[in-house]
Design a binder for this molecule. Structure first.
Ligand SMILES: Cc1cc2nc3c(=O)[nH]c(=O)nc-3n(C[C@H](O)[C@H](O)[C@H](O)COP(=O)(O)O)c2cc1C
Length: 405
């Protein structure tokens, strides 16, 4: 299968294009051998390369390119398949934009095209090339801080770390995971994640329940999460609980039940955030709408969870503007390397900034992901990088810090 891959990157400090001349010559020979064409553009600081050829060969070359320390911040912009080659068997062509007029570069690139038919102005590849050539600001080229300058330090979260939380009638447990404000080294909320009685996963817990019992159990379980929050003596934080949207609809007076559980646990509604997702089709939308209004007017916070996954969350956002949107872990995973994911995150940030909605990135596991998200302007995070969920308690939090010189 013929594939096309486009990436961009930053020239590493202390490296010049001249120092790469030999590599480029070698690349030409190597690419020719494996029927790959590399169209490489360089503007003095950034590279932009189109790789075209058999799928496996393109992937193998890109893998090597990714490990080349002479450039950094590699972001894959496009991976697509085409019926025919856009470029002939050129091996490698370098266009150093510093020696070209803008108009001429496009003409020169077009001249390398296999046929006019393949390189029409509607072609995404050509649009990418044109943008790289014409956009002097290179706005999407977020320059993240260097990974090697960062470390993690582990600090305990006060107050105590483990609690004996069994209440009468308790048929589930909760693990708490902090949501953190890294700039201020503060935990802003604890998400209470449901576990089975012996600490098993949510799937394990919910699999023991019939469909009819599910929503009632989901709602009832929250009192154990509130009790845990109360035991911890939360002061500046909120407790975030997940609720299936249908739990708010199928149980009569669901919000009143929640409110009385909150009160009985010694908390106030403002200390609670309800996280909902759209992953379950909300079939009784008017009742759900009413329940959300009740939650909001009682002072309970609202967050859209898993934003960007499955059912996207966009219709929930259009209908209710929550205080918080949590970007789904699948979008966050390897965001530092993916152009499409970066575009989605930037769009979410723009949208939420316009609506004064707090953005939380969840599922952060790598320092590189955090460095990119931080540079993009996100402030609140949740994920294994910072702290794993801890059954009936809170594990210490890892905070990113700049290494001492
Ligand atoms: C901007 C840039 C573009 C590159 N393009 C190619 C290429 O198209 N083909 C290639 O074989 N190597 C290319 N390289 C070189 C590879 O990164 C790597 O050094 C080379 O494939 C040798 O890999 P090896 O040392 O694992 O054998 C490029 C390097 C840079 C910095």
């Amino acid at each position: 299968m013929l594939s096309t891959l486009i990436y961009r990157s930053h020239l590493s400090a202390g490296v010049s294009l001249g120092a790469l001349a030999h590599t480029i010559e070698k690349s030409r020979i190597n690419n020719e051998k494996i029927h790959v064409t590399g169209i490489l553009l360089f503007d003095g600081a950034h590279f932009f390369q189109v790789l075209e050829g058999p799928d496996a060969s393109v992937s193998a070359v890109y893998e090597r390119i990714c490990h080349d320390k002479r450039h950094n911040n590699l972001v894959e912009l496009m991976r697509d398949y085409a019926p025919a080659r856009r470029f002939g068997h050129l091996g490698m062509e370098l266009f150093d934009l510093r020696h070209y007029e803008k108009k001429r570069v496009l003409q020169a690139v077009l001249a390398k095209g296999t046929s006019r038919f393949n390189l029409t102005y509607d072609d995404r590849v050509l649009k990418f090339i044109r943008t790289f050539v014409e956009d002097d600001n290179k706005k999407p080229f977020i320059n993240t801080a260097h990974l090697e300058n960062w470390d993690l330090i582990q600090l305990p979260v006060t107050p105590r770390r483990e609690y004996d939380n069994f209440q009468p009638g308790q048929n589930c447990q909760f693990a708490l995971q902090p949501i953190v404000d890294v700039a201020n080294k503060k935990v802003i909320s604890f998400e209470a994640l449901i576990r089975s009685p012996d600490g098993g996963s949510p799937v394990e817990y919910f699999s023991t329940l019939s469909k009819d019992a599910l929503y009632k159990a989901d709602l009832d379980s929250k009192r154990f999460a509130f009790a845990l929050a109360n035991k911890m003596g939360m002061v500046d934080q909120t407790i975030s609980v997940n609720l299936l949207p249908m739990s708010l609809v199928t149980t009569k007076n669901a919000v009143d039940i929640l409110l009385s559980e909150i009160k009985a646990s010694g908390l106030v509604p403002e200390q609670v955030v309800v996280e909902v997702t759209e992953d379950e089709v909300i079939s009784r939308f008017d009742e759900f709408d009413f329940a959300i209004k009740q939650l909001r007017s009682a002072g309970i916070g609202l967050a859209i969870d898993d934003f960007g996954a499955g059912f996207a969350g966009l219709s929930l956002l259009a209908k209710f503007q929550p205080e918080k949107v949590k970007i789904d872990r699948n979008i966050i995973c390897d965001v530092h390397k993916s152009g499409p994911k970066q575009a989605i995150v930037q769009a979410i940030i723009t949208c939420c900034t316009l609506l004064e909605i707090t953005v939380i990135a969840e599922g952060i596991e790598k320092l590189e992901e955090w460095l990119w998200l931080e540079a993009a302007g996100i402030r609140y995070y949740q994920g294994f990088l910072f702290a794993r969920p801890q059954l009936n308690g809170v594990s210490p939090v890892n905070w990113p810090i700049i290494k001492d010189e």
